[in-house]
Design a protein around this ligand. Structure first.
Ligand code: UD2
Ligand code: MN
Length: 282
């Protein structure tokens, strides 16, 4: 038994699996809303990280290899606040993780779902991650018992967001922060690539999950609490209902298997791995 619990990190050095419940969690902690400049943050927390905003515990072997995927464009202040919050948070959870910022190139309307597909592909090309957390840059978790791992069903993480009065706005919501294993994400063919502009892409994923015989799980709202940083509203996509209506039928012919993009730039920074993606209409 003990032998099974041990695993070799460096030659000759065996470490046990990390405890199921990380011992250094704080619980309710709120979210620090100050972030400062990215360059300052690099000074403060960059040293403890592996290149590209990766980290893993050294005294024990992490149970999960988790890629955090951020869809991103033009929200610099949010990004530094996000990173200032998330690195310490994920480290307390003793995860083997990497943070990926997937930025949309150009001025076309934003396509969150497609960027998340790009993040999935790019993270896997770097390492064999087994768990993916798709994370809005403006959401900060308030309680570190909200473990960023992938259970045997997809998990909607942001169940209680301050701007929604810490209540679920509707039963099938899957937007904000969500967790899926590699196998689950492949089973549903990833996100649809067809949602340009605000809205619908998260509901489309919820429909894919259901149609694949999976179901959405959640932590209790007392734990799954988030603060949303303030921002102006994006213009809603007028075609979102129409696209959603035909969504389930498209699942096999629209998603990971039809994703097309050009990598305009790629950088391993101290705090995250950055991909600038030019998305193609597919
Ligand atoms: C809601 C959902 C979000 C998504 C969206 C509809 C929650 C809590 N959030 O967010 O997950 O389903 O509706 O598409 O349910 N972004 C940029 N730059 C931009 C625009 C968006 O970086 O110019 C990224 C950023 O990570 C942002 C995310 O996309 O947090 C979602 O966009 P939003 O915050 O404008 O939308 P919101 O708050 O209505
Ligand atoms: Mn938002």
């Amino acid at each position: 038994w003990l032998y099974q619990q041990m695993t070799t990190l460096n030659a000759g050095q065996a470490v046990p699996l990390c405890p199921l419940v990380p011992p250094n969690l704080i619980g309710v902690m709120g979210a620090y809303k100050d972030g400062g400049l990215l360059s300052e943050l690099e000074q403060q927390i960059g040293k403890g990280l592996l290149p590209g905003g990766q980290w893993r515990p050294i005294d024990c072997k992490a149970r999960d290899r988790v890629a955090i995927i951020i869809p991103y464009r033009d929200r610099t202040e949010h990004l530094s606040k996000f990173l200032a919050n998330m690195h310490p948070f994920l480290q307390r959870q003793l995860l083997d993780y990497g943070i990926f910022v997937i930025e949309q190139f150009g001025n076309e309307v934003f396509n969150r779902a497609m960027l998340l597909n790009v993040g999935f592909v790019e993270a896997l090309s770097l390492r064999e991650f087994d768990c993916f957390i798709f994370h809005d840059v403006d959401l900060l978790p308030e309680d570190d018992r909200n473990l960023y791992t992938c259970p045997d069903q997809p998990r909607h993480m942001s169940a209680a967001v301050d701007v929604f009065s810490y209540r679920l706005p509707y039963a099938d919501i899957f937007g904000g922060v969500s967790a899926m294993s590699k196998a689950q994400f492949e089973k549903v063919n990833g996100f649809s690539n067809k949602y340009w502009g605000w809205g619908g892409e998260d509901d489309d994923m919820a429909a894919r999950i259901k149609a694949s015989g999976l179901h959405i799980t959640r932590y209790p709202p007392s734990v799954a609490r988030y603060t949303m940083l303030s921002h102006t509203k994006q213009k809603a996509n007028p075609k979102r209902y129409e696209t959603l209506y035909r969504g389930k039928r498209r699942m096999k012919i629209d998603g990971l298997n039809t994703l097309k993009y050009t990598k305009k730039a790629y950088r391993i920074t101290k705090l995250f791995t950055w991909v600038l993606a030019d998305l193609e209409h597919v």
